[in-house]
Design a protein around this ligand. Structure first.
Ligand SMILES: [Fe+2]
Length: 487
């Protein structure tokens, strides 16, 4: 392996917390000579899912009391979303969806625990995960509530209770802190960024570390619960396609989402979480419906950021403008997402939010064999636009490893290009990625690269940079030092 060409600055097994420390040089001090620190094989153990019997995933409320409570940001500091679930999910052959309107969606909140002067009302929904095949069980969720609180002060602690007071089903008192105001001197102190989290004992380690680092905001860069590693009867596997290759549709076991929501509540009922979709959220079901759990369970500042989509949106956190992009929907130049991205970027005022950070699930720059150049079609469509607005940092997941690049654009070192940071090592049930595409015999065959959801293989589309006029498929080209890959 050409280890001198690749750099791994850190491997965090379970978590990347972006922490600037004195001993770590900033990217602006680069470009660095690539270095690889191979993963210690002892850490590539078996990640075991938390079982349904684990106390952290148990339902602990009665009747229609709220559970799975979370906070998400709106587009700016003066507004947040509170989400929760009431009632029990059903899974089986004969399910009867709950009536969403049967339980109110109310949040009481204020700067004091008592009295809480303010009240906001929101909306509710249920979603179904249906499989029209003999022997497969169907799922219908509890009632999912989303309420937007507005008129909040920046960097301020708020207390809240959510639920339906008319049926005496209000939550305990929780609290959150709003983001600081957006200006060049005002930032959240710590932002935790994690991908490919899952719900294993490794995940619990990730989240414990994350909590002990006291973040002000959590970004989850796709692949949330891995409920699609299960059959509808609750049988799980580390590799669904290997174990259940003859099932008529790729099944899921949606109660894993409820387990995940319960497990995460102690963190995300206090610290806002912003999620973007990964491939494990696709969760195909009857009538080709996809992303039902993802789009229903999380609150997104979609309307507030002008996207009207759960698959891409933006928000400010202090002096940072975050752009969350969807890799598993259309990203073509003629599509809605691209047009929205053009508008959103044009509206960024760098004198208010000097930092511009973009995230999406599958990485464009990745030197691992796993998912190697899989998202190239998205890159061909969008890289130039992000570059033209001088995006500072891109965060991705998908590849279960950590990797950081020099500033790069079109496979070329470029002081105006973003730094790419991959944080797909959140702790999920699948194994860590360890082999690199430039290791002897590991260069993936072109036929293995296209992903059915990512639009084929586009790496032959280079018109400039070191790839211009070269063979369309050369692992060493991507690994070349001038490409600026830094792991
Ligand atoms: Fe993924």
């Amino acid at each position: 392996m050409k280890s001198s060409m690749i750099i791994i600055i850190f491997i965090f097994l379970n978590l990347l917390a972006v922490v600037v420390r004195g001993e770590i040089p900033t990217t602006l001090e680069g470009p660095f000579v690539p270095v690889t620190v191979p993963l210690d094989d002892r850490f590539r153990g078996h990640a075991i899912d938390l079982p349904a019997t684990d106390y952290r995933v148990q339902r602990r409320v009665n009747g229609f009391e709220p559970e799975q409570i979370s906070v998400s940001l709106s587009a700016s500091y003066d507004s947040v979303w509170i989400s929760w679930i009431t009632g029990e999910f059903q899974i089986g052959y004969d399910i009867k969806p709950l009536e969403p309107k049967s339980v109110g969606s109310i949040v009481r909140f204020g700067r004091l625990r008592f009295p809480m002067y303010r009240e906001a009302m929101g909306s509710s929904l249920v979603y179904n995960q249906l499989y029209a095949f003999e022997g497969l069980q169907n799922y219908t969720s509890g009632i999912i509530h989303h309420v937007r609180l507005t008129g909040l002060k920046s960097d301020t602690l708020y207390y809240y209770r959510c639920g339906d007071p008319s049926i005496r089903a209000m939550s305990e008192i929780h609290f959150f802190r709003t983001m600081p105001i957006s200006n060049p001197r005002s930032y959240p102190k710590r932002i935790a960024i994690v991908g490919d989290l899952g719900l294993t004992y490794n995940t619990t380690s990730t989240i414990n570390h994350l909590i002990s680092n006291n973040p002000n905001l959590v970004l989850l860069i796709g692949d949330v619960t891995y409920a699609n590693l299960y059959l509808t009867n609750g049988t799980g596997s580390d590799c669904y396609s290997c174990s259940f290759s003859d099932t008529p549709i790729h099944e899921t076991y949606q109660p894993r989402w409820d387990y995940w929501g319960r497990f995460m509540q102690p963190l995300v009922s206090k610290v806002p979480i912003m999620a973007i979709e990964g491939n494990h959220e696709i969760e195909e079901q009857a009538e080709n419906q996809t992303f039902a759990a993802y789009s229903s369970r999380f609150a997104f500042p979609s309307e507030e950021s002008g996207s009207s989509s759960t698959f891409y949106y933006s928000f400010n956190a202090g002096g940072i403008h975050f752009i969350m992009l969807g890799a598993y929907i259309s990203y073509s130049k003629s599509g809605d997402q691209y047009k929205w991205l053009e508008r959103d970027l044009a509206n960024v005022d760098r004198s208010v939010t000097p930092w511009l950070v973009a995230t999406w699930h599958p990485p464009w720059y990745n030197t691992y064999k796993a998912h190697y150049r899989e998202a190239e079609c998205m890159m061909v469509e969008m890289e130039e636009l992000l570059y033209s607005y001088k995006v500072d940092i891109v965060f991705n997941g998908h590849v279960h490893a950590y990797e950081r690049s020099n500033q790069v654009y079109n496979y070329t070192l470029d002081p105006c290009g973003p730094v790419y940071i991959m944080v797909g090592d959140g702790g999920n049930r699948e194994k860590m990625a360890i082999s690199h595409a430039d290791e002897p015999g590991h260069c993936p065959k072109p036929s293995t690269i296209p992903d059915q959801y990512l639009g084929g293989f586009c790496a032959f589309n280079f018109t400039s940079g070191p790839a211009k006029g070269k063979e369309w498929y050369i692992c060493s080209m991507v690994m070349a030092p001038e490409s600026g890959h830094v792991q």
